[in-house]
Design a protein around this ligand. Structure first.
Ligand code: ZN
Ligand code: ZN
Length: 172
């Protein structure tokens, strides 16, 4: 039991870190070099770039890019099942737990009711402002952790969301 609990925590943390580094160094860093690498990057980052184009609550396409696509769900399921078999159920549930927390928080931050239970997040909350500040033109290079702001603090990419939101609203 203890090993499962430890594995759950370790794999939850690894998933959150993998998300952060992928978001910071791959999604938002267009590669140079061979065309094949650039073509691969375009495929890999497309969904995220589409999310950055459609993120406002009044945009009818926002929901499409907030939901995890079917390929992502299948890949997640394969990883979770493999970890359950190769390590222990705690490891698989750690990855699954991250996907669930991310899905609920991200959906509710963007103003959707998730699974008919979780209500949209209040716009005055730090978690809302932190995520939305990344969607602003002045926030693209900071606040990459999605729904775990302390990870940005840990790696020095945290920027006060109020500051970004204030500057963005005065730009318009
Ligand atoms: Zn992004
Ligand atoms: Zn978002």
């Amino acid at each position: 039991m203890l090993l499962n609990i430890v594995a759950f925590c370790v794999f939850y943390a690894l998933s959150a870190l993998a998300y952060y580094f992928n978001h910071r160094y791959i999604y938002h860093t267009k590669p140079r070099g061979p065309r094949a690498i650039q073509a691969l990057w375009k495929i890999w980052a497309k969904f995220h770039m589409d999310h950055h184009r459609h993120w406002k609550q009044d945009d009818p396409e926002t929901k499409t890019y907030v939901k995890v696509p079917i390929v992502g769900k299948l890949a997640g399921l394969i990883i979770i099942c493999s970890l359950c078999l190769l390590i222990n159920p705690g490891a698989g549930l750690g990855v699954g737990g991250f996907f669930i927390v991310y899905g609920i928080r991200h959906g509710t931050i963007h103003g959707f009711k998730v699974a008919n239970i979780f209500k949209p997040v209040n716009k005055d909350t730090h978690i809302y402002k932190h995520h939305m500040s990344h969607h602003m033109p002045g926030g693209l290079n900071v606040n990459h952790s999605g729904v775990h702001p302390f990870i940005d603090r840990l790696f020095g990419t945290y920027h006060d969301p109020d500051d970004i939101l204030r500057r963005s609203s005065s730009d318009h």
